[in-house]
Ligand binder design. Structure first.
Ligand code: NOJ
Length: 411
């Protein structure tokens, strides 16, 4: 969508048009059609929590109440650091931004905001997209009274302790569920129903479970307790088994991902580039029950790029995980004949190279994807601090984090 790119597209200035550098609406139609021919469906990233400060809504006097204003700021902090409020000299008031000051938060208590997003969702579904990844899905509705957040306590999760306050009033408000239900009903009008995948950045697994509602909210909620867990058998096992215990009674599908565009890639973050650890992590991701989301490059074991100093666009330093995919050994590693937004580095073998090698990470990923279709229900096996065995039906998966080594025994 059209964006001044202060936050790489997460600051939208027009929800109903394509960023000119990427093409046109006709290109989206073509993309959707070409993908369908290959058995693929396309999801879009939808950013409902905030717009760009360049969105015409933000400067429209008739739409002032579409944003969140205060005469004095409360104590909320922005997810990128600093206060969540910026003074608007022209209006003599402060506006809320959960991220950059150039990303003012929308006021989800306003019925017209809700209506505008119904139309945005319908617009893209009409165009043929299969659903949405909902950005900051847990953040959108704020406390109606904008109360101060309480201080963190020493027994809170490590992220809460680090930022010094509990995100009690600025996210996960009960009223967010109404909005999710509203969107779910829009998706159900489609044949086949469209899918909603939430960026639900919470550590508390019961909170995570709440975003599935009673089968009437998100279809899929990204599990950040798993993603941000240390790469240790005991920690990952505990999170996985608690998640399954929580979601199974709801009939909800768990979602596992280990990389995304906001954090270092898992081959770097979890595995320090170690090939055997990368294979272990992929085996885990692709043999757990539910849905696995691979970030571009995960299938190659792609590590974070080394970028020369001064290269990059992101105000909070996430560029190293955002470099393009290496397709081959041609110029720009086959990604583009133009200028890529970030340079390609050569730390990871390209798709072409890996396709030619049956022992490559890509070949392993493909074997695991083929295998996962045949796996039965999850059952815990023998485990210790450093190793974890589980069954998927009659298939046994053993992950030895100390080795490191992963093995799969099929009957
Ligand atoms: C989460 C997105 O993944 C991240 O890239 C973005 O900066 C924030 N939401 C704000 O939209």
């Amino acid at each position: 969508m059209v964006s001044p790119n202060r936050d790489m597209g997460y600051d939208v200035a027009d929800y109903l048009a394509v960023q000119p550098a990427y093409g046109t609406l006709d290109d989206v139609r073509e993309l959707v059609a070409q993908a369908a021919r290959r058995g693929l469906r396309v999801l879009l990233d939808l950013v409902p929590n905030h717009t760009s400060d360049r969105h015409p809504w933000f400067s429209d006097p008739a739409r002032r109440d579409w944003y969140v204003w205060r005469l004095e700021p409360n104590n909320w902090i922005a997810n990128f650091g600093g206060p969540a409020w910026t003074y608007h000299a022209g209006l003599g008031r402060w506006y809320l931004h959960s991220y950059l000051p150039e990303q003012p938060d929308l006021n989800w208590w306003h019925p017209e905001v809700r209506h505008a997003f119904d139309q945005i969702i319908d617009f893209w579904l009409d165009l043929g997209v299969a659903g949405f990844r909902i950005d900051a899905a847990h953040v959108i509705v704020k406390d109606a009274l904008l109360r101060d957040n309480p201080p963190a306590r020493s027994d809170d999760d490590r992220f809460t302790v680090l930022r010094g306050q509990r995100y009690l009033y600025n996210q996960c408000r009960p009223e967010v569920h109404e909005v999710l239900r509203r969107w779910r009903s829009l998706t159900e009008r489609r044949q086949p129903p469209a899918v909603l995948l939430g960026e639900t950045h919470v550590q508390d697994l019961s909170q995570l479970a709440s975003f599935y509602g009673r089968g009437d909210e998100l279809h899929l909620a990204l599990n950040f307790a798993f993603t941000l867990s240390p790469f240790q058998a005991s920690s990952l096992r505990e999170i996985v088994e608690r998640t399954l215990d929580m979601l199974q009674p709801l009939g909800a599908t768990p979602v596992w991902h280990a990389s995304n565009h906001d954090i270092p890639r898992f081959p770097t973050r979890w595995c320090e580039g170690d090939r055997r650890r990368i294979e272990l992590a992929l085996t885990l991701l692709l043999t757990l029950p539910g849905t696995c989301v691979l970030y571009q490059g995960d299938e190659l074991g792609m590590v974070d790029a080394r970028l020369p100093p001064g290269v990059g666009h992101d105000p909070v330093g996430r560029d190293r995980a955002r470099t393009p995919l290496p397709w081959d050994e041609g110029p720009n590693r086959g990604f583009t004949t133009g200028r890529p937004w970030l340079p390609l580095d050569d730390a990871t073998a390209s798709v072409a190279e890996q396709e030619a090698d049956p022992g490559s990470v890509l070949a392993l990923t493909r074997r695991l994807i083929a295998l996962r279709r045949q796996l039965g229900p999850y059952r815990p096996g023998q485990s210790s601090q450093t190793s974890w065995t589980y069954w998927r039906g009659t298939t046994r998966v053993t992950l030895d984090f100390e080795g490191p080594a992963a093995s799969i025994a099929t009957p």
